[in-house]
Write a protein that binds this ligand. Structure first.
Ligand code: AMP
Length: 404
């Protein structure tokens, strides 16, 4: 096998119903394996994976496979039997969404780190528990690498947010006593985008100034000045900010009181409404899949309304962040499933931003920047880039850095 002499990092991105995995060469950062197990704990758990020699799509595994079984399957059936590279794995990198204030950067996993991740279940109930399941399963399946597991936190990227952007306008004691503040999310992706933008713009990381828009099922905007994130649209949890697949983003908190007092909804129902039934799904009254609304934009009222509201909120954030870096801006960057693929969203958004100095090239936008060194803007415009995000690579980088 080609991989035999390599030192490999096993990267695990464990979600509630899916587990993304990859094997990355720790020397040249090439991917030897990428894959995803979907429908965990649901009917028809299936796997898709790709290595140099094999490409498998939606292969049925069993029903109701759990996280531990999933990691065991990847280890024994793919890494061992098909690739025969188990002994080449030297470290394991895990994505962890919430690290709170204590986890300022990535860390080698020990009992204290695990306790911290558990403590933060309350701020990230959809993510931290399943991130931990991935960690515990990996430790069980790879006992010899026990001290070679690294947690990479989405929140670490926001450790230098100024007080004026991370504090809410509620009594200060709630921050001091309960840690209620803005923590941000998607930090691993924004960090990758920042580094890649610096490389494309040939700028030193310490002097890069960008607005990074991660537009996927979850969506957020971050503004970065001199390589440091100054503000971001997600808050205490990933519910704040942009309109998302099923999340509402910003709302007046009084809506919650109204739903509770007048509509007689329970807190659990309201939480479910705002997290799982709102956003693109709620506005389109159809699906959270953005492609559906985009396709029908020019002839369906609900689809038009959905896309227009999504774009309006996005433009509102971009323009309010613009003043933080203004004339020093190096690029406006789009990433994520929508950001990388939606010609329409970029066109509508940039049109509204034209007075700030942004102008799209129709041709390069239609090509998603693929044929013009990531650029989709005209010569005279502030550069606008489309970059495919790579959270796995960022996690591998951090893992190698720490294990060294
Ligand atoms: P992500 O969470 O980054 O995987 O992005 C998922 C979102 O990207 C979903 O809402 C998809 O509908 C959307 N998406 C994927 N491909 C496209 C496309 N070609 N045009 C518009 N949206 C897309």
């Amino acid at each position: 096998m080609d991989y035999m002499s390599q030192k490999l990092v096993f990267v695990i991105n464990s979600g509630s119903s899916s587990l993304k995995f990859s094997l990355i060469d720790s020397k040249n950062y090439k991917k030897c394996l990428t894959g995803i197990i979907e429908c965990l704990n649901l009917l028809n758990t299936n796997v898709s994976w790709k290595s140099k020699d094999v490409c498998i799509k939606n292969f049925y595994l069993k029903s109701y496979m759990n996280h531990e079984e999933a990691i065991r399957f990847i280890l024994t059936e793919i890494i061992q039997k098909k690739m025969n590279v188990v002994n080449d794995i030297v470290s394991i990198g895990h994505r962890v969404v919430h690290g709170g204030e204590k986890m300022k950067s990535s860390a080698i996993i020990n009992k204290m780190i695990i306790d911290n991740i558990k403590e933060l279940f309350c701020f990230s109930p959809l993510h931290n528990p399943v991130n931990l399941l991935g960690i515990e399963s990996a430790i069980k399946q790879f006992p010899s690498l026990r001290r070679k597991n690294v947690a990479v936190f989405d929140t670490s990227f926001y450790q230098k947010l100024p007080e004026c952007t991370y504090l809410y306008g509620i009594p200060y004691i709630f921050y001091k006593k309960y840690g209620i503040r803005r923590y941000g999310a998607h930090g691993i992706s924004h960090s990758y985008i920042m580094k890649k933008s610096a490389e494309i713009m040939r700028k030193d990381l310490k002097s890069i100034n960008i607005i990074s828009c991660h537009l996927g099922n979850g969506a957020s905007v971050s503004v970065i000045k001199n390589g440091v994130c100054l503000d971001t649209s997600m808050g205490l949890t990933p519910l704040e900010g942009l309109i998302m697949g099923t999340r509402s983003g910003d709302i007046d908190p009084s809506i919650i009181f109204y739903l509770y007092e007048k509509v007689k909804m329970s807190i659990k129902e309201i939480k479910n409404l705002l997290n799982k039934k709102s956003g693109i799904l709620g506005l389109s009254e159809n699906t959270s899949d953005f492609r559906n609304s985009e396709k029908k934009y020019f002839f369906n009222k609900k689809a038009k309304r959905t896309v227009d509201i999504f774009v309006y909120r996005l433009v509102k954030y971009i323009s309010s962040y613009f003043f933080l870096i203004a004339k020093k801006i190096d690029a406006l960057v789009f990433t994520g499933g929508i950001g990388q693929n939606s010609v329409l969203v970029r066109e509508l958004a940039v049109l509204k931003l034209s007075s700030l100095g942004f102008k799209l090239s129709k041709k390069f936008n239609n090509e998603n920047g693929l044929k013009n060194n990531f650029r989709i803007s005209t010569e005279k415009s502030i550069p606008i880039l489309v970059i495919s995000t790579d959270e796995e690579l960022e996690i591998a980088n951090e893992t190698v850095r720490l294990i060294k």
